[in-house]
Design a protein around this ligand. Structure first.
Ligand code: ZN
Length: 389
């Protein structure tokens, strides 16, 4: 209540000034008195905590002139911040109806009204308002972003793609990234029906909008793999490494499978060794150790493991080290003890999240392409550090 009164002070001052100015120009005392009565009635309602009646009177009393527009916006935004959406809507609708306002203020009123509808979950009405502002210099980009958020919430991927031309024109990287993911969503649906050509076309479009979308390459690898085109699948996985080194640990097993189908294990492990040298990823290390063990021996693999753990200790790395000790141990009691330690570490790892969002820090044991918390695309990646990669 106090916050609202404090906010209305500039409105009252603006009103006083407006009335003062008009009194010089006009002699219409009866009109002035009527307005004044409405204004004081509005304030009375406000003081007696009848805010809805207060707003009606104040809106009627405060004719929206250039000077009081800002105060109207401030009042409406305050209502919205307090979660009183119906009141914010009323003020913004009142502003939208003012035909004499300059274009800048009119567009702001439409934009704010659209935001009210969005906050109230009235997506269709918000969408119609944002659509009106697509050509606006001041609100075009913001409206496009909001529209893409609406289509993401309603999973209306096709509708989002209709904004392609406008998005390309903005050259906004975040919007282009979003658009690429809309194509990926459609590709995922087509992939379920194994529509090879359609999936590839959609993914090519995705990469055209955002060449750094590792999701597009990840999906492309799936469809190539489904059709035994392993060379192409391997290329997609190598591209993912170039696009997003943090996400790469999640594709190592799939990549190994494709290389082995091509009888190109040597080439694969050479690549994985390079990945390990460049990123010190634990998944890459564990994968490479299996190669060392098979081409040399367990002792050599353990030696490599110890050096790696000293270089960069991780819980997952330590668990693998314990596993290697178990393989070598001849005494049954030692093996049992090591097994208890390994199980304890496994349980510890299982309760830790595998993924974290690089934008908002949201943690999850499951991977999502769109963060459930901040809704950013492709930001959930394997955790780094002692408890992760
Ligand atoms: Zn997030």
């Amino acid at each position: 209540m106090l916050e609202l009164l404090f906010l209305l002070l500039p409105v009252a001052m603006g009103y006083g000034w407006f009335m003062g100015r008009n009194s010089v120009k006009q002699n219409d005392h009866s009109a002035k008195q009527a307005l004044s009565k409405k204004y004081s009635t509005g304030l009375n309602y406000l003081f007696s905590n009848q805010q809805d009646k207060a707003i009606d009177y104040l809106l009627e009393a405060l004719k929206v002139e250039d000077d009081s527009v800002e105060a109207h916006f401030a009042m409406a935004n305050l209502f919205r911040r307090r979660g009183e959406l119906d009141r914010a809507l009323k003020v913004h609708e009142h502003l939208v109806q003012q035909k004499h306002l300059p274009t800048k203020d009119k567009q702001q009123a439409v934009f704010e009204l659209a935001k009210d509808f969005l906050s109230a979950g009235l997506f269709d009405r918000a969408e119609a308002m944002f659509q009106k502002l697509l050509k606006s210099k001041a609100y075009g980009l913001k409206s496009l972003t909001s529209l893409m958020q609406i289509y993401q919430s309603t999973k209306d991927w096709q509708q989002g793609i209709t904004l392609k031309k406008a998005i390309i024109k903005t050259r906004d990287k975040k919007l282009l990234h979003s658009l690429a993911n809309f194509y990926c969503e459609l590709a995922t649906l087509a992939l379920e029906d194994d529509q090879f050509i359609e999936v590839l076309e959609l993914l090519e479009n995705a990469l055209l909008q955002d060449p750094n979308s590792c999701r597009a390459n990840w999906l492309m690898a799936q469809i190539y793999e489904n059709h035994q085109q392993y060379t192409e699948a391997c290329q997609c996985y190598r591209d993912i490494y170039q696009q997003d080194k943090d996400f790469f640990p999640d594709v190592i097993d799939k990549m190994r499978h494709c290389y082995s189908q091509l009888d190109a294990d040597e080439e694969f492990y050479k690549f994985i060794r390079q990945v390990y040298d460049e990123t010190a990823s634990t998944s890459a290390l564990i994968c490479y150790l299996s190669y060392v063990e098979s081409t040399h021996n367990l002792a050599k693999a353990k030696e490599f493991m110890l050096l790696s753990l000293k270089r960069r200790p991780t819980i997952r790395g330590f668990k693998h080290f314990v596993k290697m000790q178990m393989t070598e141990s001849e005494q049954e009691s030692t093996t049992e003890n090591l097994d208890v330690i390994k199980q304890l570490i496994s349980e510890y790892i299982n309760v830790k999240p595998r993924y974290s969002c690089r934008t908002c820090g949201f943690n999850s044991g499951t991977h999502y392409w769109s963060c459930p918390s901040c809704h950013d695309w492709e930001k959930l990646k394997p955790v780094r550090g002692l408890e992760g990669e």
